[in-house]
Write a protein that binds this ligand. Structure first.
Ligand code: SAM
Length: 203
């Protein structure tokens, strides 16, 4: 199958990702706190990239009882994640190459995290439906992503256009769709709309 534009984008960006993204991707700790993980939780990160969230997630899990699955469709990003996992010796991490919209992992999780991945997925509704299908009843979904820049005045369209050039679409009704699929959604807008957090429970 032909690679998508986003896969091609990350073929190069995988090599500069960790060195550059700390400047623009914020709210990780807040998103991971919102997952309310227990030591024995099973977590799926959809669009895990190079694994920048892994340490924060694994700090909350018992290595013998908790587990983390990272899914991404970019081979280059996953290779970086694999190096990170092997270097740290994390035995409870599994990496899967796959598409968020068609994933079928054959199991369910206590928590699903999208961190700066949902807004890059053209069929983001399909990805949310797949996430719902991979959550246990009582499980938690957290989405952290770029917001609408609603309080950024004349800079707002500039920020949105800049992100659009990196395949990030900010103006879709993400929270409404989560509410529709999950029957609940708490949306928090941070830093004037720079990023948002959505939390939902699978009932
Ligand atoms: C901005 S990075 C975020 C990586 C990581 N979650 C983080 O917080 O640093 C977006 C990631 O989503 C992945 N991605 C985008 N669309 C995807 C899809 N349809 N299926 C799986 N992964 C996808 C990209 O390959 C990339 O690694």
């Amino acid at each position: 199958m032909t690679d998508t534009a986003v896969q091609r984008f990350y073929r190069f960006h995988a090599y500069v990702y960790d060195a550059t993204r700390w400047t623009i991707l914020h709210g990780r700790r807040r998103a991971i706190d919102a997952l309310q993980l227990k030591p024995e939780s099973s977590v799926l990160e959809v669009g895990c990239g190079t694994g920048l969230n892994f340490r924060l997630l694994l700090d909350r899990l018992d290595p013998a009882r908790g587990s983390l699955t990272g899914l991404d469709f970019s081979q280059e990003m996953l290779q970086k994640a694999d190096v990170r996992v092997k270097r740290a010796g994390w035995a409870n991490v599994r990496l899967v190459q796959g598409d968020a919209t068609t994933m079928q992992l054959g199991r369910t999780f206590d928590a699903v995290l999208f961190a700066y991945s949902l807004t890059m997925i053209p069929d983001w509704q399909g990805a949310l439906r797949a996430a719902h299908a991979h959550l246990k009843p009582g499980g938690k979904l957290v989405v952290l992503d770029f917001g609408r820049f609603e309080n950024w005045g004349p800079l707002a369209p500039v920020m949105r256009a800049w992100l659009r050039s990196s395949h990030v679409v900010t103006l879709q009704p993400y929270a409404d769709e989560i509410e529709r699929i999950f029957g609940n959604c708490r949306r928090t807008s941070c830093r004037g709309g720079y990023y948002f957090l959505c939390e939902a429970d699978r009932t």
